[in-house]
Design a protein around this ligand. Structure first.
Ligand code: HEC
Ligand code: HEC
Length: 250
């Protein structure tokens, strides 16, 4: 009896699985979209498809980012005509914006042989919100603290390194972020960030100078002196380090 139940249960799961797989297969682009407000409303699904795929690629997201539907569920369960997902309205405003940007672009006489058009990916380049790396770090820091910001840095690096989207190889990114942390009254946190930067850019006098300033703010004069001396080692003309050392009685 028990065995039979298990077999029946297994069969039910299998039937559900086949039904899901069929539902997934059965979705196709609508012949007549119901709710196009910006794109031409007589566009059939076949014209809509490359645009939607382009949106997804430009922002590095899936359909569910802008539509009502759950990730990993078949597309037949999505409600594409619904406007309940606020990102859909945001995307509409973006379409309007892009139209007006391209109207302006048409007014100039381009210096090159061909007109340069602007696309979603020109700004977004694989990100839903086109922030600079420093802006992302500051935003995450303000919302969730330093550990979260530094984790975010690692995650972005894993995903985007080498794609030219975020400037990982620029000492100013972590340096400016470190000053945001310092100006927030967190000298110990700023020292962590500046230290990371000295590990990445050990030949830059400026990043050591920031680390020294972090220690100075933290009231750790010994380390401030140590790192201002390091600045002078790299850049014997550093006026800032010389003055700081003088003030520190050196
Ligand atoms: C960045 C946001 C965004 C992404 C990602 C996106 N869409 Fe859309 N989609 C829109 C917007 C905005 C409209 C409505 C355009 C308008 O009003 O002219 C729309 C309309 C549609 C429609 C027409 C619905 C109707 O009946 O009116 C379909 C179908 C659709 N999208 C499918 C998809 C599919 C499939 C994907 C994933 C491959 C996708 N979309 C990804 C923003 C998006
Ligand atoms: C001129 C640059 C630019 C272009 C072109 C552009 N966007 Fe954006 N987009 C932005 C900026 C900046 C934001 C962030 C706004 C904010 O959060 O304050 C944004 C935000 C969005 C968001 C909201 C994302 C979120 O998570 O909050 C969506 C969706 C979006 N854009 C879709 C598009 C689509 C689709 C296109 C092409 C039709 C497009 N964008 C073209 C600059 C641009």
């Amino acid at each position: 009896m028990r065995r039979k139940m298990i077999i029946l249960f297994g069969l039910a799961v299998l039937i559900q699985w086949i039904a899901d797989a069929q539902a997934q297969d059965q979705w196709s682009w609508p012949e007549k979209p119901q709710n196009l407000q910006i794109l031409p409303n007589d566009w059939p699904g076949s014209r809509l498809a490359p645009v939607m795929q382009g949106f997804s690629r430009a922002l590095g997201v899936r359909c569910s980012y802008c539509h009502v539907g759950e990730e990993n569920q078949p597309l037949s369960t999505y409600d594409f005509a619904s406007d309940a997902n606020p990102n859909k309205e945001r995307a509409r405003e973006m379409l309007n914006m892009l139209g007006s940007i391209n109207d302006h672009l048409k007014k100039i006489d381009p210096s090159g042989p061909k007109r340069v058009n602007m696309w979603c990916h020109t700004c977004h380049n694989g990100r839903p919100r086109p922030l600079t790396l420093e802006e992302v770090l500051v935003e995450t820091y303000q919302l969730q603290g330093l550990d979260a910001a530094l984790n975010h840095f690692d995650q972005l690096k894993e995903k985007f390194y080498g794609r030219g989207v975020y400037d990982f190889e620029n000492e100013n990114t972590l340096n400016s972020f470190g000053y945001s942390v310092l100006n927030n009254g967190d000298a110990a946190g700023a020292i962590r960030v500046f230290k990371m930067n000295t590990e990445k850019f050990p030949k830059s006098a400026n990043v050591w100078d920031s680390l020294a300033e972090g220690y100075l703010e933290a009231g750790d004069k010994d380390n401030a002196i140590k790192y201002y001396k390091k600045v002078i080692e790299i850049d014997p003309n550093s006026q800032n380090a010389k003055e700081a050392l003088k003030k520190l009685g050196q």
